[in-house]
Design a binder for this molecule. Sequence first.
Ligand code: GLC
Ligand code: CA
Length: 563
Amino acid sequence: MSDRWWENSVIYEIFPRSFKDSNGDGIGDIQGIILKLDYIRDLGVDAIWLCPIYKSPNDDSGYDISDYYSIWNELGTMEDFHRLVAELKKRDIKLIMDLVVNHSSDEHEWFIESKKSKDNPYRDYYIWKTGKNGKKPNNWLATKVGGSAWEYDEGTDEYYLHIYSKKQPDFNWENPRVRQSIYDIMKFWIDKGVDGFRMDVINKIAKEDGLPDVKRKVGDTREYLPAEQYFQNHPKVHKYLKEMNKEVLSKYEGIMALGQTQGLTPEDAYLYTGEERNEINMFLQFEHVELDKKGNRKLDFDLVEFKRIINKWQIALDGKLWNTIFFGSHDLSRSVSHFGNDKKYRIQSAKMLATILLTLKGTPIVYFGDEIGMTNVRFSDIDDYRDIRTSNIYKERVLEGKEDIKRVMEDIWEISRDNARTPMQWDLSKNSGFTNGEPWIKVNENYKEINVYNNLIDENSIYNYYKKMIRLRKNNDVLRKGEFKLLLEKDEYVFSYIREWNNKKVLIIASFSDEEIKVNLDLEALNDFNNCQLLISNYENKYEDISDINLRPYEVRVYSLNN
Ligand code: GLC
Ligand code: CA
């Protein structure tokens, strides 16, 4: 395997609180993950990415860390962590830890010190400013949480910056001591055996000098304005990442850094991940999963636009940089509900999405539960939701905005992050076999139908399809390395493309329709079309002929051409 192991890997993302509870307190934990490692290995993935497992007051599900050197007691102990590392090594599975260093929790010791006085040695670990004429230091909006990005502290009569919730104060990356402290944290975990980091909102760590006000457009009456232009992909971020690379990553063999980098162009992506840039290795871009969302509202999904975005990013990869591919995560809704049909064609569309995920260029990330086709959840009572962003949508739109509850709940059912955070559905027993206790968030009611147990005993299940697809990708250079070429760009229902490597071609044809549709491939462009072999499909297919194709609902076929 090459040095850059991640380029040949499939990653499995786990939201630990929802995976498997081993001790009956209703919260998934590290021992629970250990219990399920054989299941994960059998799927065929190479690495797991764990959402944060550090000590946290849980304002934002662990993305608010109060101690980077200890394990969240709800999830286990350091001893459990060591066991996890050992058990993963035994199975040859790599471990990627989430690293949240744009901000800490306000309950972190550094912040508690920082708040004590203006001359405290930790004061400059965070970003403090005096108010402007008795008002906030500037008009920045707190991302996704609403309200001002500044919180007043009476003790020292200053405000601190938090681009997320007020319990997530931003670090001051200008301070070399802060940067050093972060590098120390990374080394600590590398020494414990982790193989890489998923770096939370890493493209937001550098803020514009002077923290200027966002210019208000005429007629805009909002008090606080989105300020990404001043802290997202700021040029200074590259200085920090180069230093991080030099101080940490370059000192070890094979440690991978995956940056969460919203709102970037392929040119920006190159600046972060180009090999000779010496910054990080891979990035997460969100355009294709956010195209049907505006703020807190769900819009219609447009396949042509989706293909345009995928195409843009796939082409950008050719020879220049490396990307990840994902359709779901702990921040998104369930992929089969989002892009497929989670009712009548749930099984077909989940398999179709698995096929695309695993035949595009880049490192695929499978979000736990997608491999059994878990779906969005619809809690009728807002109190059943746990996610801070979901309660904020409710607060903003229903309580303050006086919008119709039904309308808002419909959006929440589509976009709430809790859709992806309900417990893993293991079997048909109470609480889906996730816990013997009371789960911290309700289990999706459909668990008696959708669960791992049913998937394992059925040869044609979504799980077994994922397994086959992962194996197919592993054994196929074209699928891992090949160039990407989009076909049928304007077709509203068909997603079709070719991957090509060393004169070998693979053709993928997928339907995003609930109905049977005819595919009009340009066969001239596909020379050698009469010499093709079906590699995999989510339907029974007898004929290896692509000159006349009718696709059934959500049907997908993968052909190897001129082999
Ligand atoms: C990232 C995480 C998300 C978290 C936010 C703030 O977007 O994926 O879950 O809320 O950062 O840390
Ligand atoms: Ca537990």
